[in-house]
Design a binder for this molecule. Structure first.
Ligand SMILES: [Fe+2]
Length: 193
């Protein structure tokens, strides 16, 4: 197998009650796993076999793009959480958020709105360009800012499989609660890299 599923850096019940162990069991254990398994099957014996995952995302389309991007998106999503992490950004990213959005609270409101108003399945992203400018984008299905030459910093999964077991139809509540488990040290590091 070319790509292996990384182990979560926290126990399955660490994000409860924001994300329940049952949601982790299905979302990480079955959905993320299936995207990685399918990706591995699709690249076997092709020119993509020895490519970095990011290169596959930028160069592929159709079924391969969908599974490569969903594999990357889910790994990125689950690695931004830590129930004991920094609850707010503090460094260079904090300053940029305040400069562009007015305040950290205004930024959170805009980000939640983008997630709540995305029609159907997809992702809401915070990313930056080469000059460090920030962008909030709504992305349908598997779409990823890497294909627009942007650097992903933070993402909320708004596919129903991400929240339906815990929140049913209350997507906005799920989005609002996620801030409690985001570790801003990790997001700051992604911005500074
Ligand atoms: Fe998902």
């Amino acid at each position: 197998m070319r790509f292996t599923q990384p182990k979560l850096p926290y126990p399955q019940d660490a994000l409860a009650p924001i994300i329940s162990p049952t949601t982790i069991e299905y979302h990480y254990g079955k959905h993320e796993r299936a995207y990685i398994d399918t990706l591995n099957k699709l690249i076997e014996g092709t020119d993509y076999e020895n490519m970095a995952l990011e290169d596959i995302i930028v160069k592929s389309d159709g079924k391969l793009f969908n599974n490569a991007a969903q594999a990357w998106n889910h790994i990125f999503y689950f690695f931004q959480f830590n129930p004991d992490g920094m609850k707010e950004p503090s460094g260079k990213l904090r300053a940029k958020i305040e400069e562009q959005f007015g305040s950290f609270d205004e930024f959170k409101k805009k980000f939640e709105e983008a997630g709540a108003t995305l029609f159907g399945s997809g992702w809401v992203w915070l990313s930056s360009n080469a000059e460090g400018k920030l962008f909030i984008t709504q992305a349908p299905n598997a779409a990823n800012p890497l294909t627009q030459n942007l650097r992903p910093l933070l993402t909320f999964d708004v596919w129903e499989h991400a929240y339906y077991l815990d929140y049913q139809n209350l997507r906005a509540e799920y989005l609002h609660n996620l801030w409690d488990i985001i570790d801003w040290d990790i997001i700051e590091m992604r911005y500074a890299d």
